[in-house]
Write a protein that binds this ligand. Structure first.
Ligand SMILES: C[S@@+](CC[C@H](N)C(=O)[O-])C[C@H]1O[C@@H](n2cnc3c(N)ncnc32)[C@H](O)[C@@H]1O
Length: 276
């Protein structure tokens, strides 16, 4: 099997994927341990038997909807390659909006102490820390194995201004006062069919689903944040495309101003506000 045949084979097998060609190329590069340019430069190069068997096995796995990031143990976020595994949510491009707004507020108001709740792979905290080296970030998650992944990513990127804390939301946060709290919490309804019918079924439920109405964690975080943020400090939360109005109400009733921003798909994606 030549490189070009392998790609054709995979594109056919991944007919249900939105990104058949890119997925096929990523998988083949993973198996051949090469850059994508090689696939274009040497389309006639032959795969060994071992490479062919491994490639076909991975294509089969991907065809079930299994995330490509879990196969390669890698996902790019804010131009940084992060290690991910089945314990961590695969960071989404739309979450980069949280980093963009955090960076703006940090620079505009010289914010120094930051808390990220539910860090997963560490994507948000690492992106912010790398661009704001004089800040201190505490980043939490509920599971030790998730914290270990985030800490590994911070070390890989030589980030020294994050401390990782295992905590059920604010439980192990000792009434510190932060300038900014940022979070991408779980916000999907527990009975939302997408949790079983789409590729996200392979990702950890605890990272995605949040009670019968999808607001369990948003409510908890927004109502407690006022006790951990300095007066005049900021809260930024990611939420679902249809949750903007309710999240703004939660911000307002808990002492925050509230503005909602849309992502690049023009969908409501985050709400941020200042503690009055
Ligand atoms: C939507 S994921 C976000 C992960 C990462 N920040 C990102 O944006 O890719 C939510 C994260 O919150 C964590 N989490 C869920 N419940 C939690 C809790 N009670 N306390 C702390 N973290 C929690 C999950 O383990 C998961 O890593």
């Amino acid at each position: 099997m030549q490189i070009k045949d392998a790609i054709d084979y995979s594109i056919k097998k991944l007919e249900l994927s939105d990104n058949k060609k890119i997925d096929s190329e990523i998988l083949l590069c993973f198996v051949l341990n090469c850059k994508r340019t090689k696939l274009y430069a040497y389309p006639q190069e032959k795969l060994s038997i071992f490479e062919k068997v491994k490639f076909k096995t991975l294509v089969k796995k991907r065809a079930t909807g299994y995330p490509i990031a879990y196969i390669t143990n890698e996902k790019e976020f804010w131009s940084k390659k992060l290690f991910v595994d089945q314990n961590t949510l695969v960071p989404r491009p739309e979450t980069e909006l949280l980093v963009e707004i955090s960076n703006k507020l940090i620079k505009l108001y010289s914010l120094k102490k930051i808390l990220e709740l539910g860090t997963g792979s560490g994507a948000i905290a690492i992106a912010i820390a790398s661009e704001n080296i004089t800040t201190h970030i505490d980043a939490t998650d509920i599971h030790e194995n998730v914290i270990n992944v985030a800490a590994r990513n911070a070390i890989d990127h030589k980030i020294e201004n994050i401390v990782f804390i295992k905590s059920d939301w604010f439980k192990n946060i000792n009434k510190k006062k932060y300038d900014l709290i940022v979070t991408n919490p779980p916000y999907i309804k527990a009975d939302d069919p997408c949790l079983i019918n789409t590729d996200i079924k392979f990702e950890p439920t605890i990272a995605l689903s949040s009670g019968v109405d999808g607001y369990n964690d948003l409510r908890k975080i927004i109502s407690h944040s006022q006790h951990y943020i300095k007066n005049g400090g900021w809260l930024i939360v990611e939420h679902g495309y249809n949750q903007g109005l309710s999240v703004r109400e939660l911000f307002n009733t808990n002492g925050f101003t509230a503005s909602t921003l849309k992502d690049y798909n023009q969908l409501d994606r985050l709400t941020y506000g200042k503690l009055r």
